[in-house]
Design a binder for this molecule. Structure first.
Ligand SMILES: [Ca+2]
Length: 247
């Protein structure tokens, strides 16, 4: 579908109330949330998108500010992210709350678009600054046979220094994804996914664990390898939001 046709296909549908989530129809905003932003959609919430490479539309959580971001992961409430390879491929959770969108949907969205990978951590206590963020340019994943290998060009310098998250991804660039039931890491004697209780792009192993177990009410940094952590950051993470912002 051409960009013009995609724009013309913008469909405004009311969110239908009092129905099961699987029956609810959400406004369609085009190929991804970034296109929704460009065509005038506003707000934050669940919308329907249909990437060119997808066989059918699906629901995503959009933040229609800052260029429009499509969430691929959200962790605020502490659902279990220690899941199987299949779960990470197909997605889990609910887009209205904590979820992983799923590699096949992420790849469909990213297939013909140039996207930034945006990762934002929020903290408890909620104080100065309340979040830190890093944006990585030209995010791409390889296919399942190649282990959904993580590639990107570089960290952008878009954030002010006080809100800039330390770069913990460049050192795992090129790594395959691993889950507890599929060990693709560089640790010859063990499973990084089992050590850290999470799916992630591990080498041997990691200095960040955004899919680890969340403890939103805790204040001090934990030494538990299965909890969410981000080296270089002295505070306990209370939320993780990961999104794509595409052109
Ligand atoms: Ca291993």
């Amino acid at each position: 579908m051409s960009a013009e046709n995609r724009t013309c296909s913008l469909i405004t549908m009311s969110r239908l109330q009092n129905m099961n989530s699987s029956d609810v129809t959400y406004r369609q905003v085009g190929h991804d949330c970034s296109e929704g932003f460009r065509t005038g959609a506003t707000g934050k919430g669940v919308f329907t998108i249909e990437p060119d490479s997808s066989s059918s539309p699906f629901q995503v959580y959009c933040d229609l500010r800052f260029g429009g971001r499509t969430y691929i992961q959200r962790q605020d409430y502490g659902i279990n992210f220690n899941r199987t390879w299949r779960d990470y491929r197909e997605g889990f959770g609910n887009v209205t709350g904590d979820h992983w969108l799923g590699f096949e949907k992420i790849r469909a969205m990213n297939d013909r678009a140039i996207c930034q990978f945006v990762i934002r951590l929020t903290y408890n206590p909620r104080c100065c600054p309340t979040y830190r963020q890093a944006n990585f340019k030209h995010f791409k994943l390889t296919d399942e046979d190649d282990g959904y290998r993580l590639t990107f060009d570089s960290l952008t310098a878009g954030q002010s220094s006080k809100n800039r998250l330390t770069d913990m991804l460049t050192e795992v660039k090129g790594a395959k994804f691993s889950t507890y039931d599929r060990d693709n890491d560089d640790n010859p004697t063990g499973s990084c996914s089992q050590i850290h209780g999470a799916g992630w792009w591990f080498k041997n192993c990691t200095r960040c664990n955004p899919n680890g177990r969340l403890n939103p009410d805790a204040v001090n940094v934990s030494a538990d390898p299965e909890e969410v952590f981000w080296d270089g950051d002295p505070r306990r993470v209370s939320g993780v939001h990961t999104a794509l912002q595409c052109k």
